[in-house]
Design a protein around this ligand. Structure first.
Ligand code: C5P
Length: 399
């Protein structure tokens, strides 16, 4: 990615201490970082810390650098603005376009994409005033990450924690179109979970929300790829700028994959696909039986789409499979992954653990990526979007 001019706005909340890590990660990634701190932010963290870590002067006072019209210049030069933490007060000021401090001026003077990471106590986050202000910012195209739920500054706990710095950095960089390292490539992603109908009202399905697959599509599109997303019963909206093919059953997914995969340089099979489907689908609702307390269902095997795709590929194509396993032991999980990649014939396998509380509906994920030799090529942990970027980095770097 080309180096960006990034403004990190810091407002006065205790999460300001984590903003130092946001600045540090951006600097280490090669970006030119300009901190704009409110005077209250500087009650939580030291100005020398921010200047040392950002390697640039910190802006706080509108009446400094007046000769160079700095209160406007900083915002105009920015390619990206991150406000972390964004307090309830700063959010309210942004929503009403106030320019009472350097941060307000910078935001008003800029046309750069803006990401804010709210952090406050739960009551303040859920207050109707804050809810309305967030809605206003969202309607203006400002992106919001978090807040997450968890322990807050006092003894309280709930929604209000600032998102993790690495997640903020990943989400912010994702917004910037200059990260177009996949321009000219076509990426096909399957996401969601298939449903196999038993009758017109019931199906056999799984708990996949489609979030990880949609995150891969989002990341690939942000990096300039032409993306086709085959979505099976997605519970999350598809990203803008992506061609979506909606399917429901495994056989529909197979048909769509066969039709769409020829043009793809990379295929990411993130969908949770049913291995079996009902041998018969009733045309009317199956009635409760009065003669028996059990009901037997006969299932037949579905085609393995990933294996078919991997063995029949006609061109130089990278194929990535996913393996969601409930196995608790890391070594055994890896063994399962090794057996699976050799069975499926794909180039990489993304292994993650799922369970009653892990994996599916969560916004976070932890994965290990292995190659055909069964070696770990990398791992990732964090928001599903940051995991998606890491998967793309790993599979493209390894080619
Ligand atoms: O065998 P298992 O379901 O664990 O394999 C998971 C991987 O295989 C995923 O990438 C999934 O999309 C793919 N798959 C498939 N066709 C099936 C079952 C799984 O393509 N019938």
């Amino acid at each position: 990615m080309t180096a960006l001019n990034v403004v990190v706005g810091i407002s006065g909340g205790i999460a300001a201490y984590k903003a130092v890590t946001v600045v540090r990660q951006l600097v280490l990634a090669g970006h030119d970082v300009h901190v704009v701190a409110t005077s209250n932010a500087l009650r939580f963290i030291g100005l020398p810390t921010l200047e040392a870590v950002s390697r640039n002067p910190v802006n706080t006072d509108i009446y400094e650098g007046v000769d160079e019209v700095r209160h406007v210049a900083v915002g105009k030069a920015a390619n990206l603005i991150i406000v972390a933490p964004a307090t309830a007060n700063t959010i309210a000021k942004m929503a009403t376009g106030q320019a009472s401090d350097f941060l307000g001026n910078t935001i008003l003077a800029s046309s750069a994409p803006i990401l804010i990471a709210p952090a406050m106590h739960t009551e303040m986050w859920q207050n109707v005033a804050t809810v309305a202000n967030i809605e206003t910012l969202r309607s203006r195209g400002i992106q919001i990450i978090g807040p997450e739920s968890g322990p807050l500054t006092g003894r309280d706990s709930g929604p209000g924690r600032m998102s993790e710095p690495s997640d903020i950095v990943a989400a912010a960089l994702n917004m910037v179109a200059s990260a177009r390292d996949l321009a000219g490539r076509t990426v096909l992603v399957t996401a969601g979970g298939t449903r196999e109908p038993l009758d017109p009202v019931r199906f056999i399905g799984n708990r996949s929300s489609g979030k990880q697959g949609v995150a891969v599509a989002t990341a690939a599109a942000a990096r300039g790829a032409s993306v086709i997303l085959i979505g099976a019963n997605l519970e999350v909206p598809a990203p803008a700028g992506v061609r979506v093919v909606e399917v429901s059953t495994t056989l529909e997914l197979q048909k769509a994959v066969v039709a769409e995969s020829a043009s793809a340089d990379l295929v990411v099979m993130a969908a949770a696909v049913a291995d079996y489907r009902p041998a018969e689908t009733a045309q009317t609702k199956i009635k409760k039986r009065s003669d028996s307390s059990t009901l037997e269902l006969r299932l037949e095997e579905n085609p393995d789409i990933l294996r078919g795709l991997s063995t029949n590929r006609s061109r130089d194509q990278v194929i990535v499979g996913f393996a969601a396993e409930t196995e608790p032991d890391d070594d055994v999980l890896l063994q399962l992954g090794r057996a699976k990649i050799s069975r499926k014939g794909c180039d990489f396998l993304v292994l993650n653990r799922v369970g009653w509380t892990e994996g599916f509906a969560s916004d976070r994920n932890t994965v290990v990526v292995i190659d055909t030799a069964g070696d770990r090529v990398g791992e990732a942990s964090g928001s599903k979007l940051s995991v998606a970027h890491r998967i793309l980095d790993l599979v493209f770097a390894a080619r």
